[in-house]
Ligand binder design. Structure first.
Ligand code: ZN
Length: 280
């Protein structure tokens, strides 16, 4: 899911209780956590949230500093490389009380990739028991969602802020152009072979040797996002969904599935149009 959609859901009071904010830089993740928390707790009318000016907004900032809101807490890494189980337990204890001032509570785990296994367990118990009387949200910030345990991932909605691996402009551009050309042919002809060709230009664009590597998937996703820009809304949506699916793909590779098969399956699943495509 994209950040803007998450803000919309927060405004509508429909945001999932547990979120993973991954990708982007640490600053970008903290900024989005701040914006989401303000949207959730802001005192203004729903459509104006976050107003950035009310007594809630002004005191909420996931970047740390002097500001303090009792219903907004940030857990920072307390040891050199680890967020400890002790610190996590103290932190989730504050989630057992009802909100002090706002209509709900927001808890941010600033470096979720550093949670020790015990700390992740302590957190998980809280994700599994939603608070009875008021909305409560946990936001786990991490460079990649794959830094978190499968259990934490399965309990949370992932919001992706962009490639973590630093991508080079040029290969992304080249792939975006090549994929867009194949897709144009597909939309013109309706021939499934053009979808196969789309999967193979993606495959040819990167080195897939390391099954754990995130970069080829991130590059393919970035290229599809770029190729989606000029399209009409329903095709753009499909391409963005495909991009999101490719970001989820590395675990499939760890199960031994070849990149070619994954790419073909995902391209067909997201882009195949049922009815013959009309010429104009
Ligand atoms: Zn506000």
């Amino acid at each position: 899911m994209q950040a803007s959609a998450a803000i919309e859901m927060a405004r509508a009071g429909q945001l999932y209780p547990a979120l993973i904010l991954h990708g982007g830089s640490l600053d970008e993740r903290r900024r989005l956590a701040t914006e989401l928390a303000r949207t959730l707790l802001c005192g203004a009318a729903a459509e104006r949230r976050p107003c950035n000016d009310c007594r809630h907004c002004r005191r909420i900032d996931a970047a740390g500093g002097e500001r303090f809101h009792p219903d907004f807490q940030v857990l920072e890494r307390d040891l050199r490389t680890v967020t400890s189980v002790e610190a996590t337990k103290r932190f989730v204890e504050t989630a057992q009380v009802t909100p002090f001032e706002a209509r709900g509570q927001v808890f941010v785990i600033a470096a979720a990739e550093s949670l020790s296994p015990g700390a992740a367990d302590a957190l998980l118990k809280n994700l599994e028991e939603p608070h009875e009387s008021s909305p409560r949200h946990f936001m786990l910030l991490a460079p990649s969602q794959f830094d978190l345990s499968p259990t934490l991932r399965s309990r949370s909605l992932s919001i992706y802020l962009g490639a973590t691996a630093r991508l080079e402009e040029e290969p992304v551009d080249r792939l975006a152009g090549a994929a867009a050309a194949r897709l144009e042919s597909y939309w013109r002809s309706g021939a499934a072979v053009e979808l196969m060709a789309t999967a193979s230009v993606i495959e040819a664009s990167a080195d897939w040797k390391d099954p754990r590597a995130e970069r080829p998937w991130a590059q393919a996703a970035a290229a599809l996002v770029r190729a989606a820009e000029p399209l009409e809304p329903s095709r753009r949506r499909r391409l963005l969904d495909l991009a999101a699916a490719l970001l989820e793909a590395p675990p499939l590779r760890l199960r031994g599935i070849s990149p070619r098969r994954i790419l073909e399956a995902q391209v067909f699943r997201h882009l195949r149009e049922r009815r013959p495509v009309s010429a104009k």
